[in-house]
Design a protein around this ligand. Sequence first.
Ligand SMILES: C[S@@+](CC[C@H](N)C(=O)[O-])C[C@H]1O[C@@H](n2cnc3c(N)ncnc32)[C@H](O)[C@@H]1O
Length: 373
Amino acid sequence: MKFFVTSAKGLEELVAAELLALGISDIRTDKGGVAFNGSFEEGCKACLWLRTASRVLLVLAEFPVTTPQELYDGVRSIKWNHYLTPDMTMAVDSVLRDSAMTHSGFVALKSKDAIVDSIREICGRRPNVDTKSPDLQVNVHLVKNRCTVSLDMAGDPLDRRGYRLDRNKAPLRENLAAALVAFSGWQGDTPFYDPMCGSGTIVIEAALAAANVAPGLLRERFGFQRWPGHDLSLWKNVLSEAKDSRKRELGVRLRGSDRSPGAVDMARQNAGRADMARFIEFSSADIRTFAPSTSPSMIIFNPPYGERMGEEAELTELYKAFGDLLKKRCAGSTAYILCGNSELVKHIGLKATRRIPIWNGPLECRLLKYEMY
Ligand SMILES: C[S@@+](CC[C@H](N)C(=O)[O-])C[C@H]1O[C@@H](n2cnc3c(N)ncnc32)[C@H](O)[C@@H]1O
């Protein structure tokens, strides 16, 4: 089977490394994700285990399209009754680029007609459309007149782990937080700190990775579980293997702090839902008082970037304080700071030894590495 794992721009290499670690080796890294050939079981494992990816797509067909009729015929030729019954709901999402057909809404509509007609012909009834929570999410990609039709195996994007019901302002998506930890190379072997933890996403993702917890174990379900013929025993095996590989103990502590007591409270609750509370200590503190208790330590945080007017001056002082505290109190440790404002970064006043481009939604950021000697 052919799969395509989508990711945020800049995270493709991390996703490829994660797939290799799962034993999936027939991979090809592309812009916006990683293609792989594998079994359905490997597709399920990818859904359950990938930390830095966005979606796992099962590719059903690829064909050239320049006219609506070619699109209809291509989509109609797929054996939809393998994935859909008249009692299920479905939705079609379409993305278009550099193609003769230019209206994505029309492409989605035409594809939906082909799917519905195919099921009606076989079953005598048609499935309904539900754009909010469909049983089957179909993706149609039309790029340079080449159409790829896929099913979204996960349904909801993979970053929705399920533990973060409470969000502080400007929370990082879970898969992006996991990517910061992966880029740092932290292996759970030194103390870990996020001194601006907000809702706790970075420190929770770090704990999940260190404890070898498959992030999908926290989700209620995946899209493919609603498909007809879903192999329950295969999925049970994948799940029980993941449950057995969780570590019960960690050799190090993780700590999250934030100056907002409300944020710390949210972070605690999120960590509880992620079953990581026993590994993480949370406290309310200003970063200006931060000092790791041992060295070396790993420090990762994403400070406010100042998107609102009037915040600039206050943030300039805060970024200066980062430089001071890293220099004076963090000797021997490594810090990674995610920042979307290159002007503010200059006020840290230290030389970053690595600058990794990362997109936080549409915002181009840098993950900056500071090694303190
Ligand atoms: C961009 S948010 C971090 C989001 C977090 N990574 C998450 O996923 O929820 C920045 C956080 O820094 C905190 N903060 C701002 N100034 C601070 C300070 N001087 N000391 C400690 N925390 C501060 C804010 O309360 C906010 O929660």
